[in-house]
Design a protein around this ligand. Structure first.
Ligand code: GLU
Length: 466
């Protein structure tokens, strides 16, 4: 293993959304590309909002996407004694000071002005009130510039005069996000912090904590945000943002991984990339400065491309699992299921579309669309369709090729064009005027079901209800 160590540090306060998982993916790809380690850390210090079920959902999403980790999960809620030792180090170094200003006092004094007025900082004001529980604030070294050498954005300079003496430990004794993240990144020997650029404002603060703990900061890479098609930050109003809802809508993990990698990262004009190609090619130099735009059409297209690379039995297995999650069973033996996948594979971009398009082929009964019935099942078709039905029942091998010969011969014998017979047959078998090739449909629907469906169509053609 190389020395590269990245981490994904979600807060279990909601479902893993597309922006969050893109962060996880880039950290994972970077670690895998360099043969390094990917660490998973659960940032559950917000006790009120953190829930085990959100954590379980995040893990399920990472597993589904195949973003495996080498270490963890570490849970911040289980590491409090460690944070206490790090706070103690800061105290010993004289890098922090107690503050007893209440939230109301701070708000009243702040007005519209800059954060904390440093009233409790030694040498700056009256100091803390000894009768109150104290928070701890970091003593920001004033008059300096912190430079973040960001691997995506380039150097970002921040004046320490613009940084609040922020809170490191709350007055109830709990350490804050800035403290625990920095302490953990040091302890877990993280070499590259890759995260959304909404964290950029935290980075200068965290660099000051590294300094106070006499630790070397890692490299930072802040990723541009993911935007919706309207260029607003991707959110619920753009449709599903929860990653597992893409699984439930029939997308493949490899397609979503490919799609998300392209949200802010590029390798020339390449769009379709397999997981192993991504691992081979991924590089932070390919991360652009502008936001990635979520384009659902592109996701659908990519999903279709990934689906088509799979063998029929693999597609059949995916369809079976997809239906199972919806509480439906895919009938038939594995050979029949693979044949079904083979017939439909080029017509669908997602498993949902595959499920949709295969309904007539995989379910016991169908519903005849009244418009299709009106168009194709007229009384004149009764005699030809009946003749076709008996010819089909005499067919030896119930296979597309033999069935084709039979249908063509029957049409010839009746002096009909193939379409004049095939189209009513299609409506009889699928209930609709559009379907995969009719001979494949016949084969898949099977001898008995075909006979029963043609019986029903004959009744409809003779004036019965569809
Ligand atoms: N827990 C933070 C979040 O979910 C991430 C912190 C970090 O990456 O430093 O936004």
């Amino acid at each position: 293993m190389s020395g590269v160590r990245t981490r994904f540090a979600p807060s279990p306060t909601g479902a893993l959304h597309v922006g969050g998982v893109r962060t996880a993916l880039f950290s994972w790809l970077f670690a895998r590309h360099h043969g390094g380690a990917f660490v998973r850390r659960i940032e559950d210090t917000d006790r009120e909002r953190s829930r085990p079920e959100w954590e379980a959902g995040i893990i399920e999403a990472l597993r589904w996407l195949g973003l495996d980790w080498n270490e963890g999960p570490f849970r911040q809620s289980e590491r409090e004694p460690f944070y206490a030792t790090q706070v103690e180090r800061l105290r010993q170094a004289g890098a922090v000071y107690p503050c007893t200003c209440s939230a109301e006092e701070l708000a009243a004094r702040r007005g519209d002005g800059f954060g904390y007025d440093r009233r409790c900082r030694p040498g700056h004001g009256p100091g803390p009130n000894p009768d109150r529980a104290a928070a701890l604030r970091l003593k920001i070294p004033l008059g300096r510039t912190v430079v973040i050498d960001d691997l995506v954005k380039g150097p970002v300079a921040v004046s320490t005069d613009d940084i609040d003496d922020f809170v490191i430990v709350r007055s109830d004794g709990t350490p804050t996000y800035q403290m625990v993240v920095t302490a953990d990144d040091i302890d877990m020997r993280i070499t590259h912090v890759i995260r959304g650029d909404d964290h950029l404002k935290n980075t200068a603060k965290q660099i000051l904590i590294y300094e106070a703990l006499a630790a070397t900061p890692p490299a930072f890479a802040h990723l541009p945000q993911v935007l919706g098609a309207d260029r607003g930050r991707l959110s619920k109003r753009h449709g599903a943002t929860d990653v597992l809802s893409y699984r439930d809508a029939g997308y493949l993990p490899d397609a979503l991984v490919n799609f998300m990698a392209r949200l802010g990262w590029a390798h020339g004009d390449d769009e379709f990339l397999t997981r192993s190609q991504l691992v081979e090619l991924f590089d932070l130099a390919g991360v652009g400065r502008s936001a990635g735009v979520f384009d659902r059409e592109k996701l659908d297209w990519l999903n279709g491309e990934h689906l088509r690379r799979l063998a029929d039995p693999e597609i059949a297995t995916l369809l079976r699992d997809f239906l199972a999650r919806r509480g439906e069973t895919l009938e038939g033996d594995p050979a029949w299921q693979a044949r079904l996948a083979g017939v439909l594979r080029d017509r669908a971009r997602t498993l949902e579309e595959l499920a949709e398009q295969s309904i007539a082929l995989r379910t016991a009964s169908i519903h005849i669309d009244p418009k299709a019935a009106q168009r194709c099942l007229s009384p004149e078709i009764v005699a030809p369709l009946r003749q076709l039905q008996s010819a089909l029942q005499r067919c030896g091998e119930w296979r597309a090729a033999e069935l084709e010969t039979t249908v063509r011969a029957t049409a010839d014998a009746l002096g009909l064009k193939l379409g004049a017979l095939a189209q009513p047959l299609r409506v009889a078998l699928t209930g609709s005027t559009a379907s995969p090739g009719i001979f494949d449909v016949l084969e898949l629907v099977g001898r008995e079901r075909s006979a029963a469906r043609i019986d029903h169509a004959l009744a409809v053609a003779a004036g019965g209800p569809p």
